[in-house]
Design a binder for this molecule. Structure first.
Ligand code: NDP
Length: 279
């Protein structure tokens, strides 16, 4: 697949277009930090933003979109239903709260943040309702293994269009990627830069040097060449620009394989099967 610029997007199973590159805003503090980051992102050409009710910055994200002057329909906005809000009615309520904070008539993608046992199926049914009403353009899940997706397939009407999971060169999970491809579920990487813990990797730095690029750019480019949507987070203008300057070089198939081979099944976050004990 050839993605030649920041507007490159994937067409989801329901026809909605999702930009391959977005800005993650977890831990971006509401106020100047978030505002400046989003302004820098808009100037750079980003049109995709990933927040969550749990990040406590939905109001700031909504305001930054309004202030950008970019028409709402040109922006792809994701938010998520937090664990304590899952269940049918409480998901409907949580959605209304998010929408109000975002000051938007709809969201482009609504995700289940973590699959809370005994609750996420009901949360999904609420999301199906909102989706059918046209208040969400696409629905998906985060932090799922195939068994979660199989439960949704068995018990619900609509399959998730997106799976947003932890994904970086130290955690590749090729079988899960393959599974999603088979079900037409778009894979999306969270913590693509391993929350900043990947920068001392020798092999990645060598590849970066070969291309006269930075390690972050190599990793983001690897995501794109794997067909994975990616949402690196930064609150620094120069890094926001750097992370989007990934359309003027290509990793060779040998380099792609080398990066794949760095997989150590190492997580920065919780495992989808044990997160209830960890979060
Ligand atoms: P990332 O892997 O995106 O790493 C972010 C860290 O790397 C920050 O410390 C940032 O610092 C630093 N960084 C960014 N770009 C560069 C660069 N070019 N050079 C050096 N350092 C850099 O971590 P996140 O955990 O934030 O993941 C990205 C997004 O994924 C989140 O913001 C969120 O939207 C989503 N997410 C979803 C989860 C889920 O459960 N669904 C869980 C976790 C994340 P600085 O900001 O100071 O520049």
């Amino acid at each position: 697949m050839k993605i030649t610029n920041i507007n490159g997007s994937v067409t989801l199973a329901n026809g909605v277009k999702m930009p391959y590159l977005g800005l993650g805003v977890y831990k971006a503090k509401e106020g100047n930090e978030l505002e400046n980051a989003m302004q820098a992102a808009f100037e750079t050409g980003y049109r995709h933003f990933d927040t969550a009710s749990m990040y406590k910055n939905e109001e700031g994200v909504g305001a930054a979109i309004k202030n950008s002057g970019i028409p709402r329909e040109e922006v792809f906005l994701t938010t998520k239903v937090w664990n304590s809000d899952q269940g049918y009615k409480s998901t409907l309520n949580a959605f209304e709260t998010s929408l109000k904070k975002l000051d938007s008539g709809y969201v482009d993608l609504y995700l289940i943040h973590w699959p809370v046992p005994g609750k996420y199926i009901e949360a999904w049914k609420a999301m199906e309702k909102l989706y059918k009403e046209g208040r969400i353009k696409a629905i998906g899940v985060c932090n799922c293994m195939p068994h979660h997706l199989e439960s949704l397939e068995k018990e619900c009407e609509i399959m998730p269009m997106v799976l947003q999971n932890e994904f970086h060169p130290m955690l590749v999970q090729p079988e899960l990627l393959e599974y999603c491809r088979g079900k037409n579920i778009q894979y999306e990487a969270w913590s693509p830069l391993m929350r900043g813990r990947i920068f001392d990797n020798k092999q990645l730095n060598e590849i970066a040097q070969n291309h006269n690029k930075t390690l972050a750019q190599v990793v983001i480019r690897w995501d794109l060449q794997k067909g994975v949507v990616t949402i690196p987070k930064s609150v620094h203008k120069e890094r926001i620009k750097e992370n989007a300057s990934v359309f003027d070089f290509e990793l060779t198939s040998e380099e792609m394989q080398l990066i794949d081979s760095l997989d150590k099944e190492e997580r920065t976050g919780a495992h989808p099967d044990t997160f209830m004990e960890q979060l």
